[in-house]
Write a protein that binds this ligand. Structure first.
Ligand code: TEU
Ligand code: CA
Length: 539
């Protein structure tokens, strides 16, 4: 079967922040439907829809209480069916978020399981007796504190790698696995385009051996899932894997192993983090290290027998131009540069909503302005440990998840055209300048760079299948590479920095796309801050 997802560009919609259609300050399914024309104009092939299932919303929908129901704040199952079919008319597939490492504590399985040790759902979750009247071991939650929560009624602890309202499912239970596969088939039968799999690397966990990610049963479970659900369907699957190496990414995506289409890897997320510490413990950025990681993931994957994703942003990480670029005087140039280098690499690119207009981080002054559970828990824990408040707010402004979750900026009207009422999370004040309406009206906008990049991929097999080859004799802040397919050769050159950089090559070129005036030679040139271009190498 031809793999459509190798030629595709996927657009992530964070539903709560995309478009409110009924004036309650919360984005919803009808809102997304109303923006399909816009997404078709951009040219994307699929939407990855962050969770819209029934949920108490402790972690914005990543705590699911019913996998086969739509949360009323987003609409109804009829709206969901309408989104799938209307998107299809716009040549867009809907990729659902599959969150099966854990459920909400309000899911009926957990409500039952809590009733007692002999409840038929008890073993769907992970329960352990106290050890010396304490937690069974030192496993930590990603959202601060222990991963074990004491349950008074039974005198046992349950495992939660995220919030305590997100109990971990016990994948060792065969019946539970079957229920999940049935649920996946329920969605596949609706004609969805596939699944993005939340923290899928955790499902092989073995808490007694302190194993979180990459447990021994991870790949067997995925092979079993593949066979029971999507294996024979023409859909894409992408696993979220914070701890993948190129070798592990190949294991997931080698078609002969019948697991997933590709994974997300996050190696560049730790480049601003002190070794062995947490994401909040910042260290200065080094463009050379960023380049190294980018190149590593292009060269250490065998794309003939594996595949991978390409992305800068999602709902858990800061805006790329704020983190790695300059979101002030060079905002437009650097946004286009990041777009160019990513979309010309080998793999399937993802765009996070707002990235295509260069939306930026949005700093807060006070913890009261923060919505995200991860930031709030970290703040409370560290404040109690004696950390400096200002330092904590700074870390939240640099790395906090609310940065990327601000409402989509559609125009310069009230609430950026996102909602008629005050949104659940306030809009970034820069919406007066940075918005979709302005971007569409300006032929030089970031939006049109993304549109052209998508078109280049769709029209040129070299972008999809060309080999990647690094131009190695450059400075750290310059990333230059070839894509090569048969007798065709493209050269991509980018200055990752805000200073001029030198670049030397013997190639004769013709520019295909650039973020500064076109170059007609690369003999010995001075690249402008964040300059980037794609060119055809001619004999
Ligand atoms: O993210 C997994 C995950 O590991 C993140 O929580 C990560 O640790 C953090 O965001 C970055 O520091 C997925 C979802 O994408 C995230 O939104 C959920 O909160 C989480 O799983 C639990 O479902
Ligand atoms: Ca709404």
């Amino acid at each position: 079967m031809a793999s459509w997802w190798k030629n595709a560009v996927v657009y992530q919609v964070y539903p709560k922040s995309f478009q409110d259609s009924n004036g309650d300050g919360i984005g919803d399914l009808q809102g997304i439907i109303s923006r399909l024309d816009y997404l078709e104009k951009l040219g994307i092939d699929a939407i990855w829809l962050s969770p819209v299932y029934q949920s108490p919303g402790v972690d914005n929908g990543y705590d699911i209480s019913d996998y086969e129901a739509i949360d009323p704040q987003y609409g109804t199952m009829a709206d969901m069916d309408e989104l799938i079919s209307k998107a299809k008319e716009h040549h867009i597939k809907i990729v659902m978020d599959l969150v099966v490492n854990h459920t909400s504590d309000q899911h009926k399985w957990f409500v039952e399981a809590k009733k007692g040790k002999d409840n038929q759902y008890r073993d769907y979750y992970i329960w352990r007796d106290p050890v010396d009247e304490h937690e069974p071991n030192d496993l930590k939650s990603a959202f601060s504190g222990s991963a074990w929560k004491y349950d008074e009624r039974s005198g046992q602890y349950y495992l939660h790698f995220f919030a305590d309202q997100q109990p971990d499912l016990n994948w060792q239970n065969t019946e539970l696995r079957q229920k999940i596969y049935n649920m996946m088939n329920f969605w596949l039968d609706k004609g969805i385009g596939g699944f993005r799999m939340d923290v899928i690397e955790l499902i092989g966990k073995d808490p007694d051996k302190n194993i979180r990610e990459n447990g021994p049963m991870l790949h067997p479970y995925l092979q079993e899932m593949n066979k029971a659900t999507f294996g024979k369907r023409d859909v894409m699957t992408v696993g979220e894997t914070w701890n993948a190496t190129p070798k592990i990414a190949e294991e997931y995506s080698d078609p002969d192993r019948h697991e997933l289409s590709m994974v997300f890897q996050f190696e560049n997320q730790s480049l601003d983090q002190q070794p062995g510490k947490e994401k909040w413990d910042l260290k200065p950025l080094d463009l050379g290290e960023l380049k190294k990681v980018l190149v590593k993931w292009q060269t250490k994957i065998d794309f003939d027998h594996a595949w991978n994703s390409l992305f800068w942003e999602n709902h858990d990480i800061p805006r790329v131009i704020s983190r790695w670029g300059n979101d002030q005087e060079y905002r437009v140039q650097c946004a286009k540069m990041f777009a160019i280098i990513l979309h010309m690499m080998h793999g399937t690119p993802y765009i996070f909503n707002g990235e295509e207009i260069g939306m930026t981080n949005c700093p807060v002054k006070n913890i009261d302005e923060v919505e995200d559970i991860e930031s709030i828990n970290m703040y409370n824990e560290r404040l109690a440990e004696g950390y400096d408040e200002e330092e904590l707010i700074h870390a939240i402004n640099v790395k906090g998840r609310d940065n990327a979750r601000r409402p989509m900026q559609w125009n310069d009207e009230k609430n950026a055209g996102f909602s008629e009422v005050d949104p659940w999370l306030s809009v970034n004040p820069n919406y007066k300048d940075i918005n979709v309406e302005n971007a569409l009206a300006d032929p030089n906008s970031i939006f049109y760079t993304y549109q052209k990049l998508i078109k280049l991929r769709h029209e040129n097999p070299i972008v999809v299948d060309g080999d990647f080859s690094l131009v190695s004799n450059t400075q750290d802040a310059v990333l230059a590479y070839y894509r090569i397919l048969n007798d065709k050769k493209w050269l991509v050159v980018a200055n990752l920095s805000n200073e001029e950089q030198n670049f030397v090559s013997n190639d004769q070129i013709e520019t295909i796309l650039s973020n500064y005036p076109e170059r007609n030679n690369v003999q010995n040139i001075t690249l402008k801050p964040y300059e980037a271009f794609i060119s055809k190498v001619i004999e």
